[in-house]
Design a binder for this molecule. Structure first.
Ligand SMILES: Cc1cc2nc3c(=O)[nH]c(=O)nc-3n(C[C@H](O)[C@H](O)[C@H](O)COP(=O)(O)O)c2cc1C
Length: 201
């Protein structure tokens, strides 16, 4: 298989902090994806000099904006994880998704993970990300992972002692890989024609 044919899975981490439990969770999911014959890549927002969408004319964007966009666009399947911030995804992740835009994500398989400090978990972030995915025209898998009580669920050194949670994270990564591989096997053109024929918002 040539590099061009290889299925690529990117994982976008919505946390800006370097010590992040969200990143730990996402890395486990990426490990699940890598059980398949796919190329995986962890994308950290702090590695890119991004701008707030609308604050700068596109011709004045720093080169990192297109580097970031290309790296996401180059992936066939995506994992997205966010910390829950006041009942939603982080502003940094929302802005990053705005910058990426629908053209780069349309038709792609997406797996969603949310990480919250409180008891109720990250359901609100996950629901909001699902709405965003719908508007970006991507396929959010019905399965998702909501992590509650993040500081006890994921230790400071990155250990996840709850085996069921660890397995759920591996499985969402595996499913993104499985469904992306299946999707890539269908002729891309045919898939896009079917997809484009669906009603728009
Ligand atoms: C600005 C801010 C807002 C937060 N809002 C919530 C919240 O609404 N619900 C909740 O359960 N936890 C909330 N938390 C806790 C985080 O979700 C939790 O600490 C999570 O692990 C952060 O992700 P990280 O470890 O990847 O940085 C908030 C934390 C911050 C910094």
């Amino acid at each position: 298989m040539s590099d061009a044919d290889r299925v690529r899975i990117a994982a976008v981490c919505g946390a800006m902090s370097r010590e992040s439990r969200t990143r730990t969770a996402l890395s486990v999911a990426l490990e699940g994806a890598s059980e398949f014959e796919v190329e995986t890549r962890l994308i950290e927002l702090y590695d890119y000099d991004l701008v707030i969408l609308g604050s700068v004319a596109p011709e004045d964007y720093p080169p990192d904006v297109s580097r970031f966009r290309q790296e996401v666009e180059g992936a066939h399947g995506i994992l997205v994880a966010t910390p829950e911030y006041y009942g939603s995804l982080t502003g940094a992740l929302k802005n990053a998704l705005d910058l990426i835009g629908a053209d780069a994500l349309r038709g792609k398989i997406v797996g969603l993970i949310g990480v919250a400090g409180g008891d109720t978990g990250a359901i609100n972030s996950l629901n909001t990300m699902r709405i965003i995915c719908r508007n970006l025209h991507c396929w959010a898998l019905p399965q998702e992972v909501s992590i509650a009580n993040s500081s006890s669920a994921i230790s400071e050194d990155g250990a996840i002692s709850d085996q069921a949670l660890h397995e759920r994270l591996l499985e969402i990564g595996r499913n993104v890989a499985r469904f992306t591989i299946l999707q890539q096997r269908v002729r891309q053109e045919e898939f896009m024609q079917l997809w484009e024929g669906l009603p728009r918002w």
